[in-house]
Ligand binder design. Sequence first.
Ligand SMILES: [Zn+2]
Ligand SMILES: [Zn+2]
Length: 221
Amino acid sequence: MNLLLPILAVLIGFGISYFLYEKFVIINFLLAFSGSFLLSVTVLEFLPGIYNSGVDSIGVFILGGILLQIMLEYMSGGAEHGHLHISKENTNFPWVLFVSLCIHAFLEGVPIHGNDHLLYAVIIHKVPIAIIISSFLFNTNLSKAKVVFFLLIFGIMTPFGSFVQANTTLFDDIGIYLNAIVIGIFLHVSTTILFESSKDHKFNIYKFGIIVLGIFLALIL
Ligand SMILES: [Zn+2]
Ligand SMILES: [Zn+2]
């Protein structure tokens, strides 16, 4: 079930983009909510757990995660937090975007096994991203087959990360470091979403309310 939810998130995103892409407002609110909820769950639960593990200099890996996410966003143009900058005329498969999104999605699957709140946070974070990516790709000159391939592989990367964590011994020794890296990724992605969600930094009472709601829900979970 937990493996299916992230795939469902991508499908829901695809469905929304297909049927109601006009609703830009919804996507922006969804993005703001997902950013604040992801940040809150990370700070309230995920981060303290890592520091309580007692592993020396684990904070270095959190900083490493932030740097890794910055590099991934150079490759993806910021698709992980909600916008895309590749040419719509492009008919070649966007490999750089694809690889960078897949690395990001795989890594965020690693800690969600056995952590339900984080699982919800990642799923909520995925829906607006999937809407934006699929609606963007379907509006390029890429063939439908290429777009479907892109979304399919992207959709299974997060459950694949969880699966490897849960069913192999591959990450047994490095799991704690991977988790710290993912914290860095989440910190960067979620704060960037919140930063970019306020257009020209004008105060928007609705958006502020949505952000507070995300924090509140993470607190009472
Ligand atoms: Zn950006
Ligand atoms: Zn993500």
